[in-house]
Design a protein around this ligand. Sequence first.
Ligand SMILES: [Zn+2]
Length: 440
Amino acid sequence: MKLILIILQILIEFHFFQCNPLYQKSFLNHRLYSIDIGNNLTIVELLNSLRDKMDIDFWQEPTINAERVSFRVAPDYHSNLESVLKQNFLPFKILIEDIQQLIDREKEENNQIMRNSYASGRQTLDDFRLDYYHTYNEIMMFIENLERKHPAIAKVITIGETYEFHPIKGIKLGIKTNETKPCIWIDAGIHAREWIAPATAVYVIYKLAVKQEVDPEIKQLLTAFDWYIFPLLNPDGYMYAWWTNRLWRKNRSTPKAVPIRYPWKLFDECIGVDLNRNFDISFGGSSTSGNPCSEIFRGDYAFSEKETKAVRDMIMSLGSQLSVFITLHSYSQMWMYPYGYKIEKARDGELLHNITKKVISAVNKKHGERYRYGPIATTIYPTSGSSPDWVYEKAKVKYSFIVELRDRGNNGFILPRNFILPTAEETWEGIKVLMKEIQL
Ligand SMILES: [Zn+2]
């Protein structure tokens, strides 16, 4: 039944609506607006009320704690939106005049036009470039090549498959010892459009696997810990973002029901679940939606999705060995720890605060960027059903973090290629400090 649904979905996407298999959704003249929230609940309520009316795609959720909020609006709504904002005496900025221009630039920078998923010319370890965004296949091939080249320390593991039957793979890195070692989990790409996250995870994998040969500090980190790194937790969404809709966030599962008022969206926005709202922790709470057409659709029930189930089962199988959990996202430049689903301070709040302070000082020092830190709910916004809270509360992993990588809004999700290395380097500095602190 599911297979039939998927085939139907593909047929409709490629033949009836889009005709051309190379179809890519255009964001021509879509603007990115920004408004300072300034603890003003009226602004939050106003923006939320415009969400459906003006088809607003929030790149940062409008909540009372947010410093500012950025959102994408299609050209049809520009004048309406601006007059509503002016009527309410709300100053706004236009951060990006034409989002499609950024997407086109990114395609050129990544030589995306010349590439397809089967032949990219960058598939061997020697020609693998860390300063490019890579396709799903390239990243999978990268970890498989590493395993082949460094079999003593690297092992590719598959934790499950996606809705569209793609394997969810990661790599385990560690120097074998006679003892059972604590381990660290790093994942990326649970949100499809946040490309800097997988690129950063790939960098961390490269550093650990390749540079351990020449760097005693890295060798020590591989001796003390086993590293489980999953650069792409949402392959279906990532591929869809790569090939069809650059701003796709969710996975690609078909909803059971779609609100009748959105029939034209059935095979567009109404596909997919926000995987980072699908974990079994305060499921259905703040910053989630029960509407399948929403960007923050939480799914029909907790762990309804194959991708989140795979994460749950793997984390549970690691048991008390798992000491550190880091999930990489973008953007906003923040290192955060639980809770997200409530304002209450976590039982390890003091410890997490002190350790993150040290991490942040290393991160900020590397390239002089400013990252903020603190509990999720008060640093970015309250959010329910997310992985760091579930890992902290249910899997009892004390050091649980969510990192929002660069930038702070000028490019948002379409972060140019030249930001990849600096972002990855400063994050790697932070991870090293964290792991050393934990060892003390
Ligand atoms: Zn995210």
